[in-house]
Design a protein. Structure first.
Lengths: 325, 327
């Protein structure tokens, strides 16, 4: 029972209101949004076109990975440490295949690699219930090792005139990366909210044993979640390769942490079973806006990590206190 | 069959078996040319052991009580930078600051976890990001040199043939942890908390104090090894997140700690880290390119993760039914 309900309304209104955790959450959320909007409006240069374009582009790369991470988190598998490496590897494979056989081959090869890499992890995790964190750390080491074997530590450069340039530029004034991100978010939301896979993932995340008892083939859903996470991350890798005309393992550095930060700031529960893609999109936007504001206010780039960490910690304390696991 | 039973049923024997297998494999690969089985290998093995051993110990202890301290990676990087920046004139001061920060970080995170009843992955992820941020802010994203070269040399000077000051400190910390966990009530309480927290509360274990204590110890270990490594490299850099978390988690897991909690021993973790150190120094000695080490580490870790999968036997049983043993 909510403690607020025991007290007659009207007496000590504010204190009663604040005693309910959900009310506090809502109040904090509204305050944060108001403060952010005010800061955006008041900071000179924030609404300039270059800043908005840069903001939309950066949020797109992280956002695609974060949508994939959301599926993994909701399915109860906490996070994957190898999505960043997946993005880097996809970018390299995309560029190599692009140089060899053109844009079509590049897209197919890159996306199937990303999908396979992660679906294989999902299978291992779902089928023998291997620990998701350890499996992703092992895959991270494997990906970096194999990438170094083939490419050393250098980048591969895209040959001009292979047809990838059509994916540069803008659609009705919006960077193409952002359009792809919106599509990824819509697809992720559709999967989670309107398909059987999505409902199964929520169920597995909130109670694995109940899902087993209900007769779900849990390994199939978990593999599905990783498959889609791989595809979304692969798209981010391809976008990075197209933007910078090269593929490089460094692309993925830190994306895992940024992505899971976006997931958590959005309010998706780290333990699984709750959350949504829309929340993750909001989380990614909040982080990106705060980082852009910091840059405009003259903080060096290094402060971004620190502030992201503080935001993540604050959101986790606010959101999940009192409901351990 | 016997081998499989050995692999499955005795978590304390398995790390030793893997270590022996690694050494035999490397010796065979060396084929009597004396590159691996030489007098310098133990020294270089212990040096690598000292790089990330204590981080693995802290992480492993947190896994034993069914938590996961991600922040060790950030504390490791941040305290390394702090030690180099403040310990130029007086290295003790740098170490002191580093240890104080590590301890404080652990205590604060532990208190947050206990006080707000939060999961440790989320909280320590926040801690990780904050400390990585601290490292970047302090160093302004550069590699900071440590000009006090005598200290750097002193930390790495060979002692008694196979040790250096750095690896000796690491061995001593491991030995102390092994004695405390193995021979005092603390060890049994840790296992109890990891196996069944509610039962531990009921029998009167002060679970909250243990959680805070383990996170404090883990922060302390990360800070000590971060500071010592920066001194010995005579530089500190905020980068290299995955360079720390992969071997630390791998060492703990190889050492027989399970993420389900309730199993593991400091000596097991030491063996796990030694396995990785043997792999790396052996492959170096054989002149293998660096990526071989990554691939070998990933493959070993993946294999252990699959062998540890709680459903493995059930799945195998479905393919080839056989009488169930134990479970």
């Amino acid at each position: 029972m909510e403690p607020g309900l025991l007290v007659p309304a009207g007496r000590g209104g504010l204190r009663v209101f604040l005693r309910n955790r959900l009310n506090v959450l809502m109040a904090v959320r509204v305050t944060v949004i108001i403060v952010l909007v005010a800061a955006c409006l008041l900071t000179p240069g924030f609404l300039s076109e270059p800043n908005i374009m840069a903001l939309l582009t950066t949020v797109s790369f992280i956002g695609c990975v974060a949508v994939g991470m959301t599926l993994i988190t909701i399915s109860g598998n906490i996070m994957s440490f190898c999505l960043g490496a997946t993005a880097g590897a996809t970018a390299m494979v995309f560029v190599v295949a692009l140089n060899w056989g053109g844009i079509g081959v590049g897209l197919v090869a890159a996306l199937s690699l990303a999908a396979l890499l992660n679906a294989a992890q999902g299978l291992v995790i779902g089928w023998v219930r291997a620990n998701p964190i350890i499996v992703s750390i092992a895959t991270l080491a494997l990906i970096y090792g194999v990438a170094q074997m083939f490419a050393g530590s250098s980048a591969v450069y895209a040959r001009p005139g292979t047809g990838y340039e059509i994916f540069k530029g803008k659609i009705v004034g919006v960077p193409i990366e952002f359009v792809v991100f919106l599509c990824v978010a819509a697809l992720g939301h559709f999967i989670l909210s309107y398909t059987r896979l999505g409902r199964n993932l929520y169920m597995i995340g909130s109670s694995f044993r109940a899902a087993e008892a209900a007769g779900l083939k849990t390994w199939r859903s978990i593999a599905g979640a990783y498959l889609w996470a791989g595809i979304f991350t692969g798209l981010a890798g391809i976008l990075l390769a197209i933007r910078y005309n090269l593929g490089n393992m460094d692309f993925g550095l830190g994306y895992d942490y940024d992505a899971v930060a976006a997931v958590l700031v959005g309010g998706t529960a780290i333990g699984g079973g709750q959350g949504s893609v829309l929340r993750t999109v909001a989380g990614a936007m909040v982080i990106a806006i705060v980082q852009a504001l910091l840059l405009l206010l003259g903080f060096r780039q290094e402060w971004q990590y620190l502030f992201t960490g503080v935001i993540v910690l604050a959101v986790i304390i606010l959101h999940t206190s009192g409901e351990r696991r | 069959m016997v081998l499989k039973k050995f692999l499955r049923n005795d978590p304390h024997a398995r790390p030793l078996l893997i270590l022996a297998a690694c050494i035999v494999l490397l010796a065979v690969a060396d084929w009597g040319e004396g590159r691996f089985l030489s007098a310098t290998t133990p020294f270089s093995m212990l040096q690598i052991f000292a790089n990330g051993g204590m981080v693995a110990l802290g992480l492993g202890l947190s896994m034993m009580i069914r938590e996961f301290d991600l922040s060790v990676v950030g504390i490791f990087a941040a305290t390394g930078c702090v030690a180099v920046l403040t310990g130029e004139a007086n290295p003790w001061l740098g170490i002191g600051y580093a240890l104080a920060i590590g301890l404080a970080a652990g205590v604060i995170q532990g208190v947050i976890i206990v006080r707000f009843a939060l999961g440790s992955v989320g909280v320590t992820l926040g801690g990780l990001l904050i400390f990585v941020g601290v490292a970047y802010v302090l160093t302004e994203s550069r590699t900071v040199p440590y000009e006090n070269l005598p200290v750097a040399l002193f930390v790495n000077r060979p002692l008694a043939g196979i040790f250096s000051l750095r690896s000796l400190i690491c061995v001593v910390v491991f030995a102390a942890a092994a004695v405390v966990v193995g021979f005092t009530r603390v060890g049994r309480d840790l296992i109890a908390i990891g196996s069944d927290r509610r039962a531990a509360v009921i029998v009167g274990v002060n679970v909250n104090a243990f959680i805070i204590g383990v996170f404090a110890f883990s922060g302390f270990c990360a800070a000590l090894s971060g500071a010592l490594l920066s001194y010995s490299l005579a530089s500190a850099t905020p980068q290299g997140l995955s360079d720390v978390i992969v071997p630390a988690a791998a060492g703990a897991i190889l050492g027989g700690v399970s993420l389900g909690g309730g199993t593991g021993r400091p000596l097991g973790i030491a063996t796990g880290v030694l396995i990785l150190a043997a792999l790396r120094s052996g492959l170096n000695a054989l002149g293998a390119p660096p990526f071989v080490n990554d691939i070998a580490m990933g493959a070993v870790l993946l294999t252990v993760a699959i062998l540890d999968g709680p459903y493995l036997m059930r799945r195998l049983g479905r393919i080839a039914p056989r009488p169930r043993a134990g479970s």
